[in-house]
Design a protein around this ligand. Sequence first.
Ligand code: GUN
Ligand code: ZN
Length: 432
Amino acid sequence: MSANTRVVRGRVLSFRDDPRLDEEARIYIEDGAVLIVGGRIEAVGGVREVLRRAPPEAPVDDHAGRLVMPGFIDAHIHYPQTQVVASYGAQLLDWLNNYTFPEEQKFADRDHCERIADFFLDELFRCGTTTAMVYCTVHPQSVDAFFAAAERLSARMIAGKTMMDRDAPEALMDTPERGYEESQSLIQRWRGRGRLDYAVTPRFAVTSSKAQLEAAGALVKENPGVYVQTHLDENKAEIELVRRLFPEARNYLDVYNRAGLLGPRSVFGHCVWLEDAEVAALAASRSVAAFCPTSNLFLGSGLFDAARLERAGVRIALATDVGGGTSYSMLATAAEGYKVLELKGQSWPAAAAFYRMTLGNARALSLEGRVGSIEPGKEADLAVIDSRATPAMAHRMETAEGDLDAELFVLMMLGDDRAVRQTYVAGVPRKL
Ligand code: GUN
Ligand code: ZN
């Protein structure tokens, strides 16, 4: 039998939809199990029924008492920034110049890329994250190393070469032509290979000339359905700089719009300081705004206004943005998101946050047919979660016994990598 056939037993929790919109959205099976065959979910249900369907020789991983959830999805993260996390005392532009750009230059070395890619994927899995949309560096070898590591682990990952042709150290710059050529050849090599997909990745309007953004737009046109990722309206000084660099544009998002970079597979990181016209354009184009709470707090960028975007019909995702973000854990990220929304006078029930970390983010990345919920036919990416992982959590859980909403809120506010007991990637246990 193949290594990725097994039964995973526990308290199965998954979502069909946003629980704020549909009371029936939550699927919860107290003594449940998931049958995985060949890396896919073959069956889910009560443990007896699932065991009856399982091949007799299939191993059973018994996680009794623990929650078995879809693996978490992170919609915006930088793998070359694992050693930038927790760099002191700077807002965005200084943080990039003082810490991030020096660090990213190390990715000219393929061995370094490989070491960091391995660390990064292990760390995601330790946190229960099984899919991410990932920035590499300007170096094509950083993309090759990342995809090769993800392929070896059968992980569903979207990533791309950062395009940047100005306002950065010489060693980190390409040109419009080179950025185009290198991206095109990476797309040919990796897009749609196994569980991998490609995102055209102009870093942001500060470090890409108009010609380079147009080259990125050409890549999108020539590769229909390819993803796009970039940064938008994160920091006030950044926005002022973009205004000076692109005086002809109506606003920051219009810079990207003119280059043909908006659309349902485009994910814009941060979106803290959007003008009304930008909100309308995001909604009309079905583009996605990525909420990066730990990063927005750490870099002093500002408070994301989820309710405003939801009212306007903008698609939203949740993301760590490591290394501007300070935690790889989507649980810890949701906790900071909750606090940000409280400061905005908005609420975020735990069930809605868990929907967001799973099926919600899968939908934001157009992956809902493959991952994000525990349903037959989906890929078997799972996280096994222990609500009593630390003494403080176990102590708090004494008063939440039998109340799933209370338990999920404890997990959301107190949980992190320690609450993740196992992570299955395409059916294979991956937590070290
Ligand atoms: N804007 C442009 N590049 C970056 C980056 O690496 N991190 C964050 N947080 N914002 C950016
Ligand atoms: Zn980012």
